[in-house]
Write a protein that binds this ligand. Structure first.
Ligand SMILES: *Cc1c(COP(=O)(O)O)cnc(C)c1O
Length: 385
C-alpha cells in the first residue's frame, strides 16, 4: 500500500485528450440523426483543413493509410511501376503502392532531418518511376525545391505523406501543398486526432473529380448530391474511404483548437530542447535539427543515441523509473517484406542508424509541466552506459 502510494503513475509515451467541444459535437451529430459520412461535421472539417493549409480540396478519409491508397489509385499505379520512398517511414507509405503491384524503391534519409535524401533522388528515378513519396519526418519539411525539380523533369508525380507535418512549412509554404496529392493522419498518436482518421489533400485539380468517386465506392454519389448528375451510379473502381460524421464531430472539436495545440507542443518541444542540450552534448547524443527555412509542426521530440546498446539502455532506464520512451521506424528495406523487394543491410545506412539509435520522449497535448520535468530529470540521471 505505502509503496504503491509513493510510486507516481507512469508518464505514458502518448495519450489522447479532449481539447474543446469534441463531446458536445458528438452529441450534436448523434442527436441530428445523420452519422454516415459527408454530413455537417465532415464538411466543416474539410473546409477548415482547406482554409488552414491552402489546399484546393480536402477529403476526410478513414485513415492516412487509406488516403495513400487513394493516391495510388488516382495515379493508376500498377505492376511494373516503381515508387520511390524513404526506408525510414511507416509501412503504409510503401504498402499503399505495393497493394497496387508497384515495386517500392527505398531511398536513404538525410542524417540531419531523417527526411528523404534529395541528393540521391535523381539516381533512383528510372523510366518506370511513377511517383515519389517524401515524408516530412517529425513535421520538418523535406527539401521540396530539388525534389519537385527532379520529379518535374521526368514527369513523376509527388505524393507527400504529411502524417507528421500538418501546420509545418517549407520556405513559408504549408506542407501538404507541394505534391499533386498529400495525405494527413488523425491517428491517436498525431497532433490532432479522432482515434483513427485521415485526409487526402488534392492539390492538382485534375484529380479532383475522380478522388470523390474512388472515395465513394466508385460511384458519382457526391456529384449526385450536388445536383450535378441526374442519377447516382457505378462509374469507376473505388472503395469505402469515407469517415463517419461521429468521428468528424470529434475531429472538428480538435481542429478548432489547432492554435492552442501547436503553441502547447512548441512549448513542450522547446522545454526538452533547452533542458537536454548540455546533457546531450556531454554524452554525444544528437538532438533534432530544424533547418532555418523550415517551420516545424512540433510532432515529436527525439534523441539520437551514439549506439543501439545505449539507446536500449536509456529506454530501459526510463521504463524502470516510470517513463515510457519508444524507438521509431525499423527501416523498411530490412523488414521481411522489404527484403522481398531486394533490400539488404548497408543499402540505407542512415535509416539503419536511425532505426537503431533514435528514441522518442513522451510528447502529447496534455503532458503536464511536472511530468515533463520528471522525464527530463530521469533522462539526465542515465549514466551513459
Ligand atoms: C501515422 C502515419 C501513417 C498512417 O496513418 P494512419 O492514419 O494510422 O493510417 C502514415 N505515414 C506516416 C509517416 C505516419 O506517421
Amino acid at each position: 500500500m505505502s509503496s504503491a502510494a509513493s510510486a507516481p503513475a507512469p508518464v505514458p509515451f502518448n495519450r489522447s485528450s479532449t481539447l474543446g467541444k469534441e463531446l458536445q459535437n458528438i452529441a450534436e451529430a448523434l442527436l441530428g440523426g445523420q452519422i454516415a459520412g459527408d454530413q455537417v461535421f465532415t464538411r466543416r472539417c474539410q473546409a477548415l483543413l482547406e482554409h488552414l493549409t491552402g489546399s484546393r480540396q480536402a477529403l476526410l478519409t478513414t485513415s492516412c493509410t487509406h488516403a495513400l491508397e487513394m493516391a495510388a489509385l488516382l495515379l493508376n499505379i500498377g505492376p511494373g511501376d516503381e515508387v520511390v520512398l524513404p526506408s525510414f517511414t511507416f509501412v503504409s507509405t510503401a504498402n499503399a503502392f505495393v497493394l497496387r503491384g508497384a515495386k517500392p524503391v527505398f531511398a536513404d534519409v538525410r542524417p540531419d532531418t531523417f527526411n528523404l535524401d534529395e541528393a540521391q533522388l535523381e539516381g533512383l528515378l528510372t523510366d518506370r518511376t511513377k511517383a515519389v513519396v517524401p515524408v516530412h519526418y517529425a513535421g520538418v519539411g523535406c527539401e521540396m525545391d530539388p525534389i519537385l525539380a527532379a520529379c518535374r523533369k521526368r514527369g513523376v508525380a509527388v505524393v507527400e505523406d504529411n502524417a507528421h507535418g500538418l501546420f509545418g512549412r517549407y520556405r513559408g509554404r504549408p506542407l501538404g501543398t507541394f505534391g499533386a496529392l498529400a495525405t494527413q493522419s488523425f491517428h491517436e498518436t498525431k497532433n490532432l486526432t479522432c482515434g483513427e482518421g485521415g485526409a487526402l489533400l488534392v492539390n492538382d485539380p485534375a484529380f479532383s473529380e475522380r478522388a470523390e468517386i474512388l472515395r465513394e465506392k466508385g460511384t458519382n454519389r457526391s456529384q449526385f448530391f450536388r445536383g450535378q448528375v441526374a442519377k447516382y451510379t457505378w462509374v469507376d473502381v473505388g472503395s469505402s474511404y469515407v469517415m463517419s460524421d461521429v468521428l468528424a464531430a470529434f475531429l472538428f472539436g480538435q481542429l478548432e483548437q489547432w492554435e492552442r495545440v501547436q503553441a502547447k507542443r512548441k512549448q513542450l518541444w522547446d522545454y526538452y530542447h533547452l533542458h537536454l542540450a548540455d546533457w546531450a552534448a556531454t554524452l554525444g547524443v544528437r538532438t533534432p535539427t530544424v533547418p532555418k527555412h523550415c517551420d516545424q509542426a512540433y510532432h515529436m521530440y527525439y534523441l539520437v543515441m551514439p549506439t543501439l546498446e545505449q539507446r536500449q539502455s536509456l529506454i530501459q532506464h526510463l521504463r524502470d523509473r516510470g517513463v515510457l520512451a519508444v524507438f521509431h521506424y525499423q527501416p523498411l528495406h530490412l523488414s521481411e517484406m522489404g527484403r522481398r523487394f531486394g533490400g539488404k543491410p548497408g543499402d540505407c545506412p542512415v535509416s539503419e542508424m536511425a532505426g537503431d539509435c533514435l528514441v522518442r520522449l513522451p510528447f502529447f497535448n496534455d503532458l503536464s509541466t511536472a511530468d515533463q520535468a520528471r522525464v527530463v530529470r530521469e533522462v539526465r540521471s542515465w549514466s551513459g552506459r
